[in-house]
Design a protein around this ligand. Structure first.
Ligand SMILES: *Cc1c(COP(=O)(O)O)cnc(C)c1O
Length: 384
């Protein structure tokens, strides 16, 4: 064992989740697989080839370095890659050369794209991001006519492949009014463009939450991230789905497991502190197992005295503070636990399971953040 812990990626779970998403969408809507944040911690190099195997041909990333990784792992002609956020002017020629599409939300990027497209004799494929109420990136409505005129004048070099926007929190009912306003604004825009400009872009608006909750937002393409990995964006969206379908069964399967092993076992007498500082005091003789994972491997320090792990199919508490490369588990009440026993940090063992969302209750970290903290260099192994 070269690494102190490893991640297992379930191919069956991926297949199941992709099928679930495709069934919701039907044939009219393209499923763009969002794989930013190293495929939500699952590994672009691992996840993308599997998604491709199960029929996904469209991928969305946040920046050019991620687009590069997707391209490297899927060097096929039928793969579409879209950059939704950052691309520097000096990365534009690589993107245009390689048919990578990218968001445009300000004039400078558009001008630079035109220059390069003109120079290399290849059109830039752009997605115009418009502002509908998220108030992040996005072109204001009042600036759109000018931008569209500019594009029309240079249509040999600038292809409007998409027009899009992002919803400001479709995963929570408390944003219902804001989301509805955004949806309507986008719809009005769509009509206007259809009547006034000779372009036929794809329209897209929805991420995972809207894909489940607001079917009207499916349009031509959806950008779905977290669902692929077996998580509903929030419990609220899960409950919405279950209620609508009149079922209790979660249709998604978790893809990721994270495992390590016991490196030492010892007994501490009563009346001692364990590890750094004074956060855990032994009121009684306490048996501990030490495991070689800490916050440098992405196990949040705020899980000190809070985390749970599985050993031999049972749950045990993390005690004391999480160190950089180590933590202690209270195994006082275990029958036998020995060096080299498998420890599950996330995932199943026997009939028990540690879910990422069980951490969230303890430390208020959302799934997205916990997943993307998993270091890139942990080995990821594909299992069935
Ligand atoms: C991250 C992201 C998504 C995907 O969000 P999920 O909630 O994971 O489905 C979609 N669109 C944009 C612009 C994003 O940044």
């Amino acid at each position: 064992m070269i690494y102190t812990s490893h991640i297992e990626i379930s191919e069956n779970a991926i297949q199941n989740n992709i099928k679930f998403i495709q069934n919701i969408l039907g044939d009219e809507t393209i499923f763009s697989s969002v794989v930013k944040g190293n495929a939500y911690g699952h590994g672009i190099n691992i996840y993308c080839p599997l998604a491709y195997k199960y029929g996904v041909r469209n991928f969305s990333v946040a920046d050019a370095s991620e687009a590069y990784l997707v391209k490297k792992n899927l060097p096929y002609n039928d793969v579409n890659i879209m950059i939704m956020s950052m691309i520097d002017n000096d990365q534009l020629s690589w993107a245009i050369e390689n048919d990578i599409s990218f968001y445009v939300f300000e004039k400078n990027r558009l001008q630079e794209a035109l220059k390069i497209a003109n120079k290399i004799h290849k059109p830039a494929r752009i997605h115009l991001e418009v502002e509908t109420g998220m108030n992040r990136t996005g072109i204001a409505f009042k600036d759109l006519p000018e931008i569209l005129k500019y594009i029309k004048a240079n249509q040999k070099h600038l292809i409007v492949e998409g027009i899009c926007s992002h919803l400001a929190g479709a995963e929570s009912i408390s944003n219902y009014k804001r989301i509805t306003k955004q949806r309507k604004k986008f719809k009005t825009l769509k009509k206007k463009i259809k009547h006034s400009y000779a372009i036929t872009p794809m329209y897209h608006l929805a991420s995972s939450a809207a894909t489940i909750r607001y079917p009207k937002t499916h349009l031509d393409l959806v950008r779905v991230g977290i669902l692929q990995f077996g998580f509903f964006p929030t419990k609220e969206i899960l409950v919405h789905y279950l209620t609508k379908k009149k079922t209790f069964e979660n249709p998604l399967q978790r893809v990721i497991s994270w495992k390590t092993k016991v490196m030492d076992v010892k007994t501490i007498k009563a009346g001692e502190f364990i590890g750094y500082g004074t956060s855990f005091f032994t009121n009684q003789e306490t048996k501990i197992a030490l495991i070689p994972v800490g916050y440098s491997s992405g196990y949040s320090r705020s899980l000190s005295n809070q985390g749970k792990v599985l050993i031999r199919g049972k749950r045990y508490d993390v005690i004391g503070t999480i160190n950089m490369n180590m933590m202690a588990i209270d195994i006082t009440h275990a029958e036998t636990i020995e060096k080299n026993d498998e420890v599950v940090l996330i995932g199943k063992q026997g009939d028990s399971e540690i879910t990422i969302s069980s951490f969230n209750d303890a430390i208020q970290l959302i799934n997205y953040e916990l997943l993307t903290r998993l270091p890139e260099n942990l080995p990821r192994i594909i299992i069935k």
